[in-house]
Each structure stands twice: as C-alpha cells, then as structure tokens.
Design a protein around this ligand. Structure first.
Ligand code: ATP
Ligand code: MG
Length: 729
C-alpha cells in the first residue's frame, strides 16, 4: 500500500504511516499547519478499505466544508487498491450533511432552508414587517442567532435588557416562527435536532454499529454540540480518530472549543497520540514566521516544525500608506507576476481579516479586469443590505424618480415595501410628482408622525445631492444609525454592532475618494455591472482566477502565492480584541472579566495570523497599511513580536509608505539570509526522487525571479532581517 502511494509521488513519513496503520482505539493526531493531517486522514480511510477489508460504508469522515468533503472522496478514489465505487460509498460529510441524512432517515421531511440568500430574504422580511429594516443587518442577526444556537440554546433565552436587544430578539423569534410554521429548518436547527435524536438509543445504536471507524478533520474547531455527537457515535467501537491543530482554532465566536483537542487524551485516557512535525507545504522561512507568531500564545501545545516544502522566497513585506494604495500595488504586483509567466491567477490567494476589509482590493481587481473569485461573499460592498439603502438615498438625490431605489427608503419610515410601493405607483398614475415618495404623505394608512417623517426624508434626499459624498454618508449615518450605535455595551450584540460600525466606516472611507455624489454613485453602479459580468467565472470551480477570501475561509487550503493584507494594529489584531486595553474604555469598570476576554481574543487573532501565513507554499507577501479609516495604524504586533522589534520602535506617526519611491530595489535577494524569524524552522532535505527534481527546477526559477528587475511603481518588498526591522520602525 505504502509503496504504491510512493509510486504516486507521496512518501509518507514514519509517524504519518503509524497514524495511517493505527488499528483500533482512539487516536489523536496533533500537528501544525501543512504537516499532512488531511493527507493522513484520507490515506487511513483508503488503508482500512484496501488492507483491512473494512467496508466503505462503515467509515465516517467528517470535514469542515462540503468542498473539503468532495475533495476527500477524490483523494480516496486516487489511492491504491480502492475501487471507485468504494470511494463513493465512504461517508465523507460535514457535520451538517451527516445530521441532515440522519434526520431524513428518521422521516423528517422538513425542507432545508440552508441557502444563506433564502435566510437573508426571510430575515429581511421579518425586519420589514416589524419596521426594523434599517436598524439591523439580516446577516448579523443570523450569525448572532447561529452562535447562540451552537451552544444548544434557543432564541427564547436571548437577553433583552435594552430596546435594541429586544427589537433584534423579536426579529429572531419571528424568523424562528416563520420557519416552524412552514416546516422548514436551517443549519442550526439541523444540528440541534440531530443531536437531540442521538439521545434516543433506538436511533443511536444502529448508527454506532454501522460506523465502526470515525475520523474528524479540523477537530480544533468543533463546537460543543458537534463534539457531543461524535462522542455518542463512537461510544461503542471507540475507533475515533481526530486530527487537528490547536493553533488553528479560529471559530470560537461560533462556539468552537480549543479544549476539545487540548484535552482529548484526558477524556480518552487510552488515546494514542501521534504528532507530525514535518511541514511539506511551505518554504522554511515562511513556516518560520508562522511558528514565531504563534509561539507567543500561552494556551497551546508547543510544537517544533521542520520544513520540507519547496523553496520559495522569504516572506516579503511592504507598508502602503493605506488600504487603497495597498490594493493598487498588490494588483500591479500580481499582474506583473502573471504577465511574466511566473504564476497563474489560480496560484494566488488574497487573504483579509474582516468582510469589509476586502473592499479596496475587490474594487482594484474588478476595475483592472483581474479574474477572481470571492469566496463567501454574495454581493458588491455597495449592494450589501446595510449599505444599499444609503446608496439608494444618494441615487434618489440625483434622480428622485428612480423607482427601483424607493423601496429601500421605506423601511425606516415603518412602511411595508410592497404596500407602500403599490400606493406610490397608483398615485403616480393619477398625477406624477417630482418626488414620488411624497405620495405617502397622503396615504390613509400612515399616522401623523409618519407623514412628518416622509417630508423630512424628502428634505434629507434633496440636501444630499450637493454634499460631498463622505459628508452625505455621515449625515445619513447620523439620522439612521447613531442612536443605535451609541446605545452602550449590549452584550450579545457587541459583535454585531462592531461589524455594522466597520461597514459604515468603510463606506465613508470609500466615499472620501470622490468629489461629487454623482461620481461616487456611478462608480458603485459600474462596479456592480462589472461584477455581474464576471458571474460565469464564479460558477466554475477551478477557473483560472485569483481567490479572494477571509482568513477564516482559507482554513485547510494552500496556495503557491499568498498576499496577506491588512497586517496592521486594529485590523489584525482586530480592534475588537484591543478594546479593553484602552484606558478610556467604557468597559474598564468591568475589569477582571474583560481583561481575561481580551487576552483570549488576542490569542485567537494570533492564531488567525498563523493560519494566514501558513497557507502560503512558496511566496508570501504581507502588507501593513500605515492607516485605516483615516487613522494611523501601527504594524501588527504579531509581526513585531516575531521579529523581535519593540512596539515603541514602531510608532504609527513615524511610518512612511514604502511605495512609490523612485528607485525600486527589486525583490529582496535570497542571499540576504532571510529573516531570523525563520530560525525555528529547520530545513530537512527532501527524500530522493521526484520531489528534489522539482525543488531544483523551482530554485532555478526563483533565481531567475530575483534577477528580474521589477518596473517602477511596483511596491518595494523587503525581506532580509535587517530590512524587516527597519521597515517595521
Ligand atoms: P492544515 O493544518 O493547513 O489543514 P494539513 O496538516 O492538513 O494542513 P495537508 O493539507 O494534508 O496538511 O498537507 C499539506 C501539503 O503537504 C499537501 O500539499 C500535501 O500533499 C503535502 N504532503 C503531506 N504529506 C506529505 C509527504 N509525506 N510527502 C510529500 N508531501 C506531503
Ligand atoms: Mg488539513
């Protein structure tokens, strides 16, 4: 079996083979990024079938995404001695798809309501009915509800100490009722109901008998409900293999618990623990940076990794003045790499911390015709549900008779869109008005204060047209959101409010670039139009396109070239993890608990930085914008720590952009010694065979790369140790 795998080009190392051949009993495979955990999981499934005659249908393989599940099946099908039909019969599933299959088997007919878009639509509808459309973003309510339910709690138990909480809770309860009345269930319901079913021995026992081998990938991110399900299913055979990396727990906001993996061998006392410590993915210096970053965490099992990945370049850094310059130069740089034939678009991933953090780069990619796929985001920033109404107000200020923009102004007037529009259209037929919205003031369904509001809204719209766009945004923000945003600390909604605030700040930043509302609106419209034209590209899974995604989404993936953008304080670590450090912070009164929370949040941010860095195989470009939303931002502490630079040395005010200098010194030379940050990762020589030939080929092209003089206007990427430290100051 192993020889056959070698013939196919993968020489598993000794602990990997040990894990693959592990027979019965619990097994924990703990390893850093890129050490072949997922590889081993697939190989073990193949081994059990080919060498131990385990029927495919007895194997349950749990992955984190459905894409990963599909890939897992492909990998297994490619293993020696595995018939294609057997590979298909392996249950490679996500927790959700497994839970759903179980519910179906038990005759639960409820329709799955799993499309994010469908959930949004319903949540939006509920908000509209309650007159709360512009007070809340449906996606944030949905994710808050989801995190709540992942703990096994129901929406009835949500706190409602202030009005906004009570309002949000009303919307969530309405959403839950809507589903129940129509026999529908969303992903969280699926998990909750499946977990409840597994408490019934009549359900549990046949499943326990059937799945004699259970394996879980990315175990560090399982939540309480999922872990409980696994434990129940495995209780009979106890052949439970979990693989993961405690340094990659990045979903605690969704209920993931790092303890599950840290304490696995305490819960299963007879568990065999196998650690893998050779990373086959990354250049030694890239891996070294990742290891140095995460080494600063206290809550972890420490690891020493050796690098066996292909040689590339040391991590490269640059300090643009802000996100716009960052985006501009990254796109210039990646286009150059592609034009010169060093990379294809599909080799490249751009990783960012938050959803709104991709706005600048997204615009650059679209406007410069770079084919790209954005994972996990449905819409152009300006079309997202929180932003759209503001843009529509701007559009109406330019053309008050733009009918398709009117509905989104109705929400905050506490008017139902459908009924409101119907009334407006009917009245328009009788007598057209310059501001069709004005018809509402004669609608008999409205109360007096609402009539007054209609007139006020029209006054607002009229005034917007001549304002500077950024000021117009501020003005609308003041009218629509400030009361809510300033309503103090709201417990369960803090995260939600932060996202909202971030999006609004991002919008204001975006608007600052334009002098007139007209210019801003036509830019946003062109962007949407171009985005629509790229639709077909997004539908093809493996099209030659750059991948743009959050770091969270990138988990488990790898790319020859990674751009990690926004490596600055306030972005990563995210401002939400830094709050309680500020002396003037409102929450300072709640000292001890907050201090602990903050430390935990910072550790999670550090893990995110580690995940970002370790996605890269050969090339890693890190940019740290010197400002964010118009405020100065220091280089991310995670980089300073890794390179041993004191934070005092890197004051944001003294930072200059490293872009746009007339003399471009080219890519840092590889003979520059790389960064000492890479000291942790020792290079191990690759086994003889095809791999080393590939390495040689790669090295040659890398040398060619370092000799190529980039054109002017390409960012200065620094890479030597001294250069890095200088750059960070
Ligand atoms: P992550 O923590 O990011 O999920 P992982 O531990 O699951 O990483 P894999 O994705 O399985 O790591 O492997 C990383 C890369 O190393 C893959 O490209 C894989 O093909 C390769 N690889 C794994 N084991 C070996 C090996 N023994 N020889 C050569 N390449 C290997
Ligand atoms: Mg993996």
């Amino acid at each position: 079996f192993f020889r056959a795998i070698e013939n196919a080009g993968i020489h598993l190392n000794r602990p990997q083979i040990q894990a693959v051949r592990h027979g019965k009993g619990p097994l924990l495979t703990l390893a850093g990024a890129g050490c072949g955990k997922t590889t081993v999981l697939a190989a073990r499934a193949g081994y059990l079938m080919a060498m131990r005659d385990v029927p495919a249908s007895s194997i349950l393989l749990v992955t984190f995404t459905s894409k990963a599940a599909a890939e897992m099946k492909l990998r297994i099908a490619g293993l020696p001695g595995v018939r294609p039909s057997a590979a298909r019969a392996v249950q490679a599933r996500t927790f959700h798809s497994f839970a759903l299959a179980m519910l179906r088997h038990r005759g639960v007919q409820d329709e799955v309501f799993g499309e994010t878009q469908a959930q949004h639509t319903v949540m939006k509808m509920m908000l509209r009915q309650l007159g709360l459309s512009e007070a809340f973003q449906p996606e944030s309510l949905l994710s808050a509800l989801s995190a709540w339910k992942a703990e096994g709690r129901s929406a009835d138990e949500l706190p409602e100490t202030i009005r906004e909480e009570a309002d949000a809770k009303r919307a969530m309860l309405a959403y839950e009722t809507w589903k129940r009345e129509r026999n529908k269930m969303d992903f969280d319901d699926i998990l909750l109901r499946a977990s409840a079913l597994l408490r019934d021995p009549d359900v549990l026992q046949p499943l326990q008998r059937r799945f004699s081998y259970i394996m879980v990938d990315e175990f560090q991110d399982t939540n309480a409900l999922q872990y409980d399900m696994v434990q129940r299913l495995a209780a009979r055979h106890r052949n439970l293999m979990v693989v993961g990396d405690d340094d990659q727990t990045i979903y605690t906001f969704n209920g993931a618990r790092q303890e599950s993996i840290l304490e696995f061998d305490k819960v299963y006392k007879d568990a065999k623990v196998i650690t893998l410590d050779i990373n086959y993915r990354s250049d030694a210096r890239i891996l070294g940076l990742g290891s140095n970053i995460v080494a600063k965490n206290v809550h972890r099992r420490s690891k020493r990794l050796a690098a066996a990945g292909r040689e590339g370049l040391p991590p490269q850094f640059a300090t643009p003045s802000g996100p716009e310059e960052e985006a501009e130069h990254i796109v210039t740089h990646l286009l150059q790499q592609v034009e010169e034939g060093r990379l294809q678009y599909r080799d490249i991933a751009i990783l960012h911390r938050t959803a709104s953090g991709s706005r600048s780069i997204f615009e650059q990619l679209i406007m410069r015709d770079v084919p790209f796929i954005q994972y996990g985001a449905g819409a152009v920033f300006y079309d997202q549900s929180l932003i759209r109404p503001l843009m529509d107000h701007l559009r109406l200020s330019l053309n008050p008779r733009r009918m398709e923009s009117i509905p989104s102004t109705l929400g905050p007037l506490y008017v139902s869109r459908e009924a409101g529009m119907e009334w407006i259209m009917r009245e328009e037929k009788q007598q057209a008005k310059k501001y069709p919205l004005i018809h509402l003031s004669r609608w008999d369904r409205l109360r007096d204060f609402q009539r007054e509001q209609v007139k006020e809204r029209i006054r607002l719209i009229r005034s917007l047209a001549t304002m500077k766009p950024a000021y117009a945004i501020q003005e609308m923000r003041r009218v629509f959101y400030d009361k809510y945003l300033e309503s103090g600390d709201t417990g369960a909604w803090t995260h939600y409010k932060e996202t909202m605030q971030e999006s609004l700040e991002e919008l204001e930043t975006a608007a600052k670039r334009f002098d007139t509302v007209e210019a801003f609106v036509s830019f946003a419209d062109e962007l949407s139009e171009r985005h629509r034209q790229m639709e077909s590209l997004r539908r093809e899974e493996d099209s030659d396109a750059v991948r743009l995604m959050t770091i969270h989404r990138a988990k488990g993936l790898e790319f020859p070239c990674v751009y990690w953008i926004g490596a600055s304080e306030g972005i990563l670590p995210h401002s939400s993890a830094l709050h309680s450090e500020l002396p003037e912070d409102r929450r300072a009164g709640a000292a001890p608990a907050t201090a602990v929370d903050n430390e935990a949040a910072l550790e999670e941010e550090r893990r995110l930085a580690y995940v970002a860095v370790t996605r890269a195989k050969e090339l890693l470009y890190i940019t740290s914008p010197a400002s964010n939303h118009g405020k100065p931002a220091a280089v991310s502490r995670f980089l300073l720590e890794a390179y041993g630079v004191t934070p005092e040395a890197s004051k944001p005010e003294t930072r200059r952009s490293s872009f746009g200098q007339p003399k471009v010194s080219g890519y840092g030379s590889r003979s520059g010694g790389g960064a000492t940050a890479s000291g942790t990762a020792t290079r191990v020589s690759s086994r003889p065979g095809s791999a080393s030939a590939a390495t040689t080929a790669r090295t040659t092209s890398a040398t060619a790369r370092s000799q190529t003089e980039p054109r002017v206007n390409v960012p200065v990427w620094k890479c030597t140790d001294a250069a890095c430290k200088a750059w960070m100051r």
